[in-house]
Design a protein around this ligand. Structure first.
Ligand code: ZN
Length: 183
């Protein structure tokens, strides 16, 4: 059995490899892997470094949804606990985007405590990106809609980690202020 440090390093390498060539949506065009590292770092702080599967899940959370990775592949390398966590935060891409967004808000309250924390960190990272580097083709109305939707999802994620809730609230307010400043 690999040590926690080995598994964590392997997850960072796996995420970097799987997200090769992918960029974030913002005009800054950051590598996509920056996002999953930011999420993992937030989760590491949120759990005081005590929940390795949560942090590894943070690194891998978009690999099934956005790269060719499968549940079986993640389970074989990182174990079923990590694979199930990643699956829990993975949207069903066979559904239209609007329906996936509606289901995220609907399902949020029923997620496991780990998945709630991961989703909060994910939304926080996306709001920070919207504040600092919005997608060039998004009009202000779409930017505001995104913040409102993220708030509606986060409302269902409360109770799992107070520190992450604070990070989310700050990021949502900062995003709204940044968008207001673009008018
Ligand atoms: Zn993500």
């Amino acid at each position: 059995m690999a040590s926690d440090v080995e598994r964590l390093a392997r997850a960072a390498a796996f995420a970097a490899e799987k997200h090769t060539g992918q960029l974030r949506k913002g005009e800054a065009g950051e590598p996509y892997v920056n996002h999953v590292i930011e999420v993992a770092e937030m989760l590491a702080r949120a759990c005081g470094g005590r929940d390795i599967e949560l942090v590894i899940g943070g690194l891998l959370h978009d690999t099934i949804e956005d790269t060719g990775a499968t549940h079986a592949e993640v389970a074989a390398i990182f174990g079923p606990g990590v694979a199930d966590l990643v699956a829990e935060v993975t949207d069903d891409k066979s559904l239209p985007k609007a329906e996936r967004k509606r289901l995220q808000a609907l399902h949020a309250p029923h997620k496991s405590p780990r998945a709630k924390q991961l989703k909060l960190a994910d939304k926080t990272s996306n709001l920070r990106a919207l504040a600092s580097s919005p997608p060039a083709e998004w009009p202000l109305s779409r930017q505001l809609e995104y913040v409102a939707w993220a708030r509606s999802v986060a409302a269902g994620l409360r109770g799992a980690n107070a520190w992450l809730e604070e990070q989310f609230d700050q990021a949502a307010t900062a995003a709204e202020q940044a968008i207001a400043g673009r008018r």
